[in-house]
Design a protein around this ligand. Structure first.
Ligand code: ISE
Length: 337
């Protein structure tokens, strides 16, 4: 059976998802590409051979010839569009964050609980990345002993014009909030956020440094530096009692010239995580076919956890205080065995 997919939003990630559907998911067809800009929708639809275009997301979701929906529109539209799909019983792959506020995430969770099944897979693609998978395997096999600390660095070349320290926490850091929680199989009990006092923190892209405590006693630190200038660079080291695992980004060559060695950095996250996106989207398609979500995929509950931490992080940034975290009760629908 062919699954007919609509992609909503054709910014960087929506276009990327449309290309993955067209090129890497043989059981799917790109039925509709939808964007507020009809022109932009047409460009992406033509590139990917989509059957139709639209500028109306709710009408697109409701179409009888659409079986499942990928949501990659602006962050503040995610919750309403997820809800529209869920009410029609259509599975969704939603880009992160699930919603800017944890209360909106809880509304989606309530709707899934009421429906008695999950519909939303969230686009935390790093869970499918080979280097993070290997790190998790080393931990699960007991090679490291107990995990103690996880150091994370997330650097982009340059911050978009609207990118404040707050957005570093709500838009960039959720990847680390989610992947460290997944890695350590934990939740967080507090977050403290710092910025270097030697920089003008009102400027876009000023670095943000976070320290989180987990409910199982580990420390997680995260540097977000959206203006790192030199390349897209995501690093992580998991430190255990007996050893550590450091992520290697996929690097195909090293150029040796004039007594120096050069390795290439990606311009942004797409090349670095290309295979993770493909694996994530394949896992989602299987979820659409079978109704069974991949055990490593991120769901609406994981989205809620990430948004709650981001909210607390923004509060910590504003008050310069450590902020404690308390999760709502987890519905049985999301309990993993
Ligand atoms: C962006 O939204 C992403 O999801 C990227 O993975 C991240 O590197 C970037 O900082 C975010 O703004």
């Amino acid at each position: 059976m062919t699954i007919r997919i609509a992609v909503i939003g054709t910014g960087i990630m929506g276009a990327d998802h449309a290309h993955i559907v067209a090129n890497d998911l043989p059981k799917a067809v790109l039925q509709v590409v939808c964007d507020a800009s009809a022109e932009r929708a047409r460009v992406v639809a033509d590139e990917c051979g989509a059957l139709d275009v639209s500028s109306d997301p709710c009408a697109t979701i409701a179409r009888a010839d659409v079986d499942a929906v990928m949501i990659a529109s602006p962050d503040n539209t995610h919750a309403a569009l997820c809800l529209a799909a869920l009410e029609l019983g259509k599975p969704v792959l939603c880009e992160k964050p699930l919603a800017p506020s944890s209360s909106e995430c809880l509304q989606l969770i309530e709707a899934e609980v009421k429906a008695g099944r999950q519909f939303i897979q969230l686009g935390f693609m790093r869970r499918f990345d080979k280097s993070y998978r290997d790190m998790k395997d080393a931990l699960n096999q007991g090679l490291l002993g107990q995990a103690l600390m996880m150091h994370n660095f997330h650097r982009n070349i340059s911050a978009p014009a609207n990118f404040t320290g707050q957005m570093a926490i709500t838009n960039s850091a959720p990847h680390e909030f989610d992947v460290a929680r997944f890695m350590l199989d934990c939740d967080y009990c507090s977050i403290s956020v710092f910025q270097p006092s030697c920089v003008d923190t009102s400027k876009t892209g000023a670095p943000v440094f976070m320290v989180l405590e987990t409910t199982t006693g580990q420390l997680v630190n995260i540097e977000i530096n959206n203006n790192a200038m030199y390349g897209y660079d995501v690093r992580s080291e998991l430190v255990g009692e007996k050893g550590s695992v450091f992520l290697n980004a996929p690097v195909s060559t090293r150029l040796n010239l004039g007594l120096k060695a050069f390795e290439r950095y990606a311009f942004d996250w797409r090349p670095r995580f290309a295979e993770a996106y493909r694996l994530q989207n394949k896992a989602w398609l299987k979820f659409v076919e079978t109704g069974v979500m991949s055990p490593i995929a991120s769901n609406a509950w994981d989205g809620y956890c990430a948004s709650l931490v981001a909210e607390a992080g923004v509060h910590s940034l504003q008050t310069s205080q450590k902020v404690s975290l308390e999760l709502a009760a987890q519905p049985a629908l999301y309990q993993r065995t």
